[in-house]
Design a protein around this ligand. Sequence first.
Ligand SMILES: [Zn+2]
Length: 267
Amino acid sequence: MAVNLVLRGAFRICKNRQVLVSYKVCHLDTAGTFLGMVSGCVPEVLVARITGPQTTSNLGKNVYFRILNNDASGEMTYLLADQDAREAVLIDPHGRDLPLLLALLAERELHLCWVLRTHHHDALLPDEPDQLAQLGAPVVQGDALAALQLADGAALPFGDELVRILATPGHTPHCLSFGWRDRLFCGGLLALAACPHQPRPAEPEALWDSVTQRVFTLPDETLLFAGHEQRARAVSTALEQRRWHPFFAGLTRDEFLAQMAALPENK
Ligand SMILES: [Zn+2]
């Protein structure tokens, strides 16, 4: 497996935060053999993105939580880190962001313990698995749990923190959600019709059961972080979604399934 070493990252102050604007990444194999070098600049759109919304309240000063959003696609990536232990996880990283993600980890001197994918559309994006492998951490996704000897309910450690795996199929057959502290990262589970790769759930019956039995039963104040923003919004609460979600609130299972059947076919 290749090792990535960020040799240089240049930063500038933007909106009172120091943000990465250029990087140089050296690729080595595990024996230290030089494989190649990549350098480049972070485009302005990404600079804007990494200065985007952050939530740090109530987490304790040793914990770092960062939201990265892609302005073009609306897709969200989340970085969680125990800064004392210098260990981190990434939730739903995307291969196109590899240099940026490696540089962010290097900037904060974080070791990446896990790559967590709520779901994927690799059939449409065949380069994704190879690109994500370059992050150098085990990739946890629903259709690979057995190979990793993991299962629903398993807890993944990073530093003194734990991320819990929750099987929430529906948007795709193997969708996972990840629970950490008071928040749940649930990918395409609630953003029905909004996933650019799959506007219609693969398994509507399973989706109804996942949402009503596994997510809406969480404490009201649980923060739900989506895989895609909708009108620049990516977080809500279990209470709000249970009461107001346009496809779930106040509907019976049959009414929900009828609405799903009326959505456009998947591309
Ligand atoms: Zn999706």
